[in-house]
Design a protein around this ligand. Sequence first.
Ligand code: NDP
Length: 328
Amino acid sequence: MFKAILLNKKEDGSTDARLIEFDESQLPADGDVTVRVDYSTINFKDGLAITGKSPVVRKWPMIPGIDGAGEVIASSHPDWKAGDAFILNGWGVGETHMGCLAQRAKLKGDWLVPMPAGMTARNAMAIGTAGYTAMLCAMALEEQGVTKDGGEVLVTGASGGVGSVAIAILSAMGFRVVASTGKLNEADYLKALGAADVIDRAELSAPGKPLQKERWSAVVDSVGSHTLANALAQTRYGGAVAACGLAQGMDLPTSVAPFILRSVRLIGVDSVMAPMPRRREAWRRLAQLDAGKLDRITQQITLAQAIEKAPDILAGKVRGRLVVDVNA
Ligand code: NDP
């Protein structure tokens, strides 16, 4: 038996989330690696799963937790053996396959990334899917030829998980980063992460003109909706926008003007099904992140607190990242 959060669908369609003792024999039979989870996290998607606000969970009952880090206990997969340290992000874990907000999990060896040298399980989860997605966005912009000499880079949803790590990554790459936030009282936090300037997200979140004054050489957007539309409208000629999130909304009320008149490029970024070589490269680079900045981003909570904090992340109340010590 081990401790886990378990989600059940109630008769009225709502989600029941509780901390329980789970029987290891009930873990999915199709997993070929049994792991001890040391740390997990609460991402936006975990918030959706635990509260039932969105149909993230597609098999019931479900242990949530799209991220985990710890050590392999037993494996029939050729690449993994007992004692190996792993990171897991996505692949439907916590949605269709029992997840990592638990002390044990049975996962597929093909999904696991080896822990990069020098990285701890706690730091890996301080980064989590949010931070790994921020790195995928930075890599996408680099591949589009964006350079630090091209001008300012905008990060939206700046005080959130993706935003906080994106600021740390892009500033370390030498970019002048402008952070857009609804929490102007967190300006010192955002500047300590590397933001050169902080703007009020209200400047971006209302309907705007299809083309506006050119400002950004590139954008990392985790907000979507009008914010992404305005960011596109303010992107300079030939600039690139990496879109990965929908904290404001799933809609994109824009026009083709930025694309056909300014050659702006909109790049979609998905972390869940990203191919393994790209994941490994993202994690190799994430291992070089400033540990002090990671500490600044992170709050540590227990498994029981993970249930309480789930609504907060959806309400945009969480600063940075929530790391879950599954043994606390
Ligand atoms: P967080 O909740 O940590 O951060 C989101 C931030 O967005 C908030 O902190 C807030 O920042 C801002 N925000 C919240 N609500 C609104 C709103 N109504 N209007 C404008 N801004 C808002 O979430 P994450 O950073 O973990 O994830 C962000 C988004 O990225 C989510 O939609 C998530 O699903 C998506 N995502 C996608 C991935 C992918 O693979 N494509 C992977 C990971 C995340 P502030 O107060 O500073 O403005």
